[in-house]
Design a protein around this ligand. Structure first.
Ligand code: URA
Ligand code: SF4
Length: 216
């Protein structure tokens, strides 16, 4: 299907220096989402981070503060990272889409899920980040991240524990931390699954195996 938007490609510089990429992303107009958002929210963390976490898109707080995972879902995520025994300094955290998509209801700005065209439009930024950061294991948090990284829809619950491959690296999928916030009685179960998937991904990122071990 032909993309509806120009996309980010022409805004992405050739360098893979994260700071330069982030500066360039601040001026991206590759799809209409920049127009109603405050700012681009780029990935953060060290380029030698062994573990990469990819979320969906910045939320309301992230859009205001300009950093990924600083709102309620981020709070859940970092708590799970801690519970999994992972040092935050070992993590590079980013999103599939770099601008906050939302609708205005009264005084509130409510999250809207990015569509496939928007995910594709923003993919060159994610791709550049993946090239810039060395981590061997990439965790897709939720369906939008999985769709962007793998280029096709992947059912999250069914695909947990499967190792997908991306340019010789391991991609695993798990729940998005906001699923913990949305779920009622299942919340603790989802949180535990997220912690366990993060722990497994961290362990995997320490293995010095060159090749991807496929489980499917
Ligand atoms: N949800 C995401 O997917 N990413 C963020 O940065 C914040 C909330
Ligand atoms: Fe560019 Fe992505 Fe923002 Fe769209 S969402 S304007 S492609 S940075």
């Amino acid at each position: 299907m032909k993309a509806t938007f120009e996309g980010a490609a022409s805004y992405v510089p050739e360098t893979r220096r994260l700071s330069v990429l982030a500066d360039a992303a601040a001026g991206c107009r590759g799809c209409p989402l920049y127009a109603d958002a405050n700012q681009t929210v780029f990935g953060e963390g060290r380029r030698d981070a062994p573990l990469i976490l990819v979320g969906e898109q910045p939320g309301e707080r992230e859009d205001v503060q300009g950093h990924p995972f600083v709102g309620p879902a981020g709070h859940v995520l970092w708590r799970c990272v801690e519970q999994a025994g992972i040092d935050r300094a070992h993590v590079f955290a980013t999103n599939a889409v770099k601008h906050f998509k939302h609708e205005v209801r009264g005084k509130r700005r409510l999250h809207k899920r990015p569509n496939t065209d928007e995910i594709e439009a923003c993919h060159p930024w994610l791709d550049a980040e993946m090239q810039a950061v060395k981590g061997r294991v990439i965790v897709a948090l939720g369906a939008v991240a999985a769709r962007s990284l793998l280029g096709r829809p992947v059912p999250i619950a069914k695909s947990r524990g499967t190792e997908f491959e991306l340019d010789g690296r391991v991609v695993v999928v798990t729940y998005h931390p906001s699923a913990v916030l949305r779920a009622d009685e299942a919340a603790e179960e989802i949180r535990a699954a997220l912690v366990s998937d993060l722990r497994a991904a961290d362990t995997r990122s320490r293995e010095s195996v060159g090749a991807v071990r496929r489980r499917q």
